[in-house]
Design a protein around this ligand. Structure first.
Ligand code: CMC
Length: 429
């Protein structure tokens, strides 16, 4: 059902269509507002702006709900695997057994990277941040796979998508191996996606490596939790980059660059560093006070979310996964976990956090889990990027396939100097 809303601008009534989604808030279509009024809307940070119509992921931040193609995240994480989630995000439906087997096979066939990429790696310093390497290497895929950069060809788009989903674990593991001075481990395609990734990260040629199925399952679940998250900063970056017709590898590299920031994907690294800095539960009140102090820029990392004003549904599953991993590894008393659990309890009862609806987000527990598995903090955001790649691709594909798609071009409220004549250098100052 469509309706209209009326906006009064300079005493003139402007009729604006209201568009309704299947669930969630309706939106006011302002696309003709400038033509009708000569005015733009102003919404820095896009807190009230739907930048696109989308059918992939739905979040109800007040209720703490996250759906991929309509399916609740907890059910997907409980019953499915990551490649099933990839299929769902890309194609809109859960696969049949035959479709799943075919998809797994197609992804697996692309796990190797062009051998020349090894040389690209050796150009980096060993202490380079692996996210810097990922931005460069994923962007560089467009220099290696010319046969899948024509975005007007659906087949090439599909191959590029498969390549990125398949090669991200290989590149991520290579970035890690390079940083610790160990040889690259090639993919082994009889392993499942996540087991293969663990092996590429932790196996060495000198020894037999056996994948721990509990850890593989836990990491696979972490990938599911991170696979997509609606129009967040990195996804919007991918869409904006893609709106100009840039090739898919370049677009995903742009998404990785955006994800790196500590307010977005970098928060899991920042959260773990914060827990380490707090060190013991008795120091928590000091940090809570810092977080509440308006004059102190410190924020409790892993708390708060632009959209969730309730417990992040991913954080619940993440907390359970953390316990499973620590149990499996026989880590009985982890001081970081003690600090995290105590901090969570204190913050959830604190008036400041209650009033601002600041709840733990997914990053609060993921760092502890990844650290226990053996990943260094610098790899945390890389793992996030690996998992989010499918979400970025699904959103990018949706945009490219939308016949009404146009280049994204936000406008501005200009507050700089008005027009003025050029001043010759001799007359300045
Ligand atoms: N600790 C202390 N105060 C906070 C925090 C925090 N973590 N987060 C928000 N606030 C306060 C903030 O100071 C502000 O107070 P006031 O209204 O008095 O000025 C109020 O809450 C609203 O904050 P905001 O910055 O306007 O909210 P936002 O929606 O722009 O920011 C956020 C969302 C996630 C960037 C922010 O909560 C934050 O910086 N959290 C810590 C970083 C973090 O954990 N990020 C991971 C996000 S989840 C992973 C992902 O999806 O990428």
């Amino acid at each position: 059902m469509s309706s209209n809303s009326t906006l009064s601008v300079d005493n003139k009534a402007v009729e604006l269509p209201v568009m309704e989604g299947t669930i969630g808030p309706s939106v006011i279509d302002i696309s003709k507002l400038y033509a009708q009024t000569g005015m733009f809307t102003y919404d820095p940070g896009f807190t009230s702006t739907a930048a696109t119509e989308a059918k992939i992921t739905y979040i109800d931040g007040d209720k703490g709900i996250l759906l991929y193609r309509g399916y609740p995240i907890d059910q997907l994480a409980e019953h499915g695997d990551f490649l099933e989630t990839c299929y769902l995000l890309l194609y809109g439906e859960l696969p049949t057994a035959a479709q799943k087997a075919d998809f797994d096979y197609r992804v697996t066939r692309h796990t190797m990277v062009h051998d020349q990429m090894n040389r690209l790696f050796t150009g980096f310093r060993r202490d380079a941040h692996p996210m810097a390497i990922m931005v460069a290497c994923v962007g560089a895929l467009s220099a290696f796979y010319h046969d899948s950069t024509d975005i007007s060809d659906p087949h090439q788009r599909m191959i590029a998508s498969m390549r990125m989903i398949a090669k991200m674990p290989t590149l991520a593991a290579m970035a890690y191996k390079y940083s610790i001075g160990q040889p690259f481990v090639y993919p082994q395609n009889d392993l499942d996606y996540t087991s293969n990734f663990l092996r590429m990260c932790f196996a060495v040629p000198a020894e037999e490596y056996k994948v721990n199925p509990v850890l593989a399952r836990a990491l696979d679940r972490i990938f599911i939790l991170h696979a997509d998250h609606e129009q967040n900063a990195s996804t919007s970056t991918v869409r904006l980059a893609g709106s100009s017709g840039a090739n898919p590898f370049a677009c995903i590299a742009a998404g990785i660059a955006c994800l790196w920031g500590p307010a977005h994907g970098g928060a899991n690294e920042a959260a773990l560093k914060m827990l380490e800095e707090i060190g013991t539960p008795d120091r928590i009140p000091e940090y809570i006070a810092k977080a509440k102090d308006k004059n102190d820029p410190f924020r409790l990392m892993g708390f708060g979310h632009r959209v969730y004003k309730n417990y992040d549904p991913r954080a619940r599953i993440m907390q359970k996964t953390t316990h499973e991993v620590l149990n499996e590894l026989g880590i009985k008393d982890d001081p970081l976990l003690d600090v995290a659990m105590e901090l969570e309890q204190i913050a959830l009862k604190d008036e400041y956090f209650i009033e601002k609806k600041l709840y733990p987000n997914i990053d609060f527990y993921s760092g502890i889990t990844l650290k226990a598995m053996g990943f260094p903090t610098s790899m945390f955001t890389v793992l996030f990027a690996l998992a989010r790649t499918v979400g970025w691709i699904a959103q990018w594909s949706e945009m490219i396939e939308d016949p009404s798609q146009r280049i994204g071009r936000p406008r501005q409220l200009y507050t700089g100097a008005p027009q003025r004549p050029y001043i010759l250098e001799a007359r300045r100052g």
